[in-house]
Write a protein that binds this ligand. Structure first.
Ligand code: GDP
Length: 468
């Protein structure tokens, strides 16, 4: 398929998705008005649902026609393996003492997903500057003996920063080539901000990526996370064993319910029912092709009470979860902290689900979604987030390109015109998104289907040394 054909197809998918968000939201608003007979409204909903299910299946056929699914898978694998070889190349210089380096440490005071994303930005920087990333991880809160006790070392030949005087990013960026060792801050204090930060993708990959993938930036971040999260063989075995014990198998929907310390500080509370609506929706669609399919759900949460609630409330579902295992097995001695084992297992299996329902405000789910991209041709549509759209913490501005005009209004809509660039803050999943029109400076809502994502392609080294 050509770029134009794929873009046109994805545009229809997006418009249909947004139409459904819009209709659902409008219908439930009307339903709240006592004047409309309930029965009539339910009938209308059922009828519309019929159209929607058929359009969904039609679009899926269109997506897979002429073996296009296999083609996407092949492209993703080929390009992904190339990126992995490039990481191998920068991470294994023949002479470590003279190699140009980026130094990062794991002392960022936050959870595993957040720390992993910190290292992700460091490896992207190393790639963009063609340097070796040295990760200093002794005393890491999740594994005090270091990153390498759980994951493959980032390098086989070069893991020390050496004795050369380091320079901090801020002062080094002007004549960067002069400095052998550059230490990076946490992304929050990164200044100046390089243009290669997400959501940018390497220019030489971008043209191919935007043909087969619906969200190239997530695919690219996924490849970085894939390199970082290569598990040591004994840990990989442990993860595989855990999956067998749980009975993990596809078809399965993954839900990640992030509660405890996150609620009210960084995210709102969402009931189990809000997640399960989207799971039901997935299986109702699937049921058309596979009648009687087992409704399997992989449930990950930091709130241990939610599994019991789910089993009690949804008897026609099979819930698979790692909670029971970590509790009965107790602390695994290979990790100094049992919580790392739990989150690795949850991220691993969430990424292997067929569809994800979660809150993208959580880095745990975003990591799973990123990794999911490395296992498919184009898995960019395999999620429903109850809150944020996908983002990378510390990303450069995320701008949409406006395709169709829409008038502003006193009820919060901003005026948009074709060609405008709108910085997106979020999708309200009701047909409207929130953003700032860079032309007018106005912030507010606009119909999501009237703007499209743009792929930001930034010139980075093309690694001719690495065979294609
Ligand atoms: P965020 O706070 O959700 O954005 O993600 P972080 O990864 O930065 O911090 C949350 C931490 O809470 C994780 O790293 C885990 O230690 C723990 N956690 C959150 N959700 C889960 C889950 O579903 N399973 C497990 N095992 N741990 C979780």
């Amino acid at each position: 398929p050509s770029l134009a054909a794929e873009q046109a197809r994805r545009k229809v998918e997006k418009t249909v998705r947004e139409l459904w968000f819009f209709l659902s939201s409008q219908l439930s608003k009307i339903g709240n008005q006592a004047a409309v007979p309930h029965v009539k409204l339910e009938k209308l909903k059922t009828d519309l649902e019929g159209y929607r299910r058929t359009i969904h299946d039609d679009l899926e056929k269109l997506r897979s026609v002429d073996d296009a699914d296999e083609w996407r898978e092949r492209k993703s694998e080929e390009l992904g393996n190339l990126v992995q070889r490039r990481f191998e190349y920068i991470q294994n210089p023949s002479d470590c003492s003279s190699a140009k380096k980026i130094v990062c440490n794991l002392h960022k005071g936050c959870g595993f997903g957040c720390q992993l994303h910190h290292v992700t930005y460091c490896l992207i920087t190393a790639y963009a500057l063609k340097r070796t990333l040295i990760l200093e991880s002794k005393g890491w809160r999740y594994a005090p003996k270091g990153w390498e006790t759980v994951f493959e070392p980032l390098s086989r030949t070069c893991t020390e920063r050496g004795t050369t005087l380091k320079t901090f990013w801020g002062s080094a960026h002007r004549d960067i080539e002069k400095h052998q060792v550059i230490e990076m801050p946490i992304v929050d204090s990164l200044h100046p901000r390089p243009e290669f930060m997400p959501l940018a993708v390497p220019q030489d990959l971008g043209a191919q990526l935007e043909i087969f993938h619906g969200d190239p930036s997530v695919w690219w971040i996924g490849q970085v996370v894939r390199y970082l999260m290569r598990l040591r063989p004994e840990i990989e075995q442990d993860v595989q064993d855990a999956g067998k014990k749980m009975g993990f198998r596809n078809v399965i929907v993954g839900i990640h319910i992030r509660r405890t310390d996150k609620i009210n500080l960084e995210a709102a509370f969402h009931s189990l029912e809000e997640y399960m609506t989207h799971v039901e929706d997935f299986y109702n669609q699937m049921e058309r092709k596979k009648p009687g399919i087992t409704r399997r759900v992989y449930l990950a949460s930091d709130d241990s009470s939610v599994l019991e609630e789910a089993k009690m409330k949804y008897e026609n579902y099979v819930f698979i979860s790692d909670n029971s295992i970590s509790r009965s097995a107790g602390l695994n001695t290979r990790y100094s902290d049992g919580s790392l084992r739990g989150v690795i297992i949850d991220i691993h299996y969430l990424s292997r689900c067929d569809f994800l329902v979660c809150t993208f405000s959580s880095q745990v789910c975003r990591v799973a979604y990123e990794l999911m991209q490395t296992l498919h041709g184009d898995a960019s549509g395999r999620f429903h987030s109850l809150d944020d759209i996908f983002y990378y913490g510390g990303q450069n501005g995320h701008n949409l390109h406006v395709l169709e005009a829409h008038p502003g209004s006193s009820s919060g809509l901003i005026q948009i015109k074709p060609g405008d660039s709108v910085g997106i803050a979020g999708n309200h999943w009701d047909g409207f998104s929130k953003g700032t029109n860079h032309r007018t400076g106005m912030s507010g809502l606009f119909p999501s289907y009237k703007a499209e994502d743009t792929v930001v392609k930034v010139s980075m080294p093309t690694y001719p040394e690495v065979p294609l």
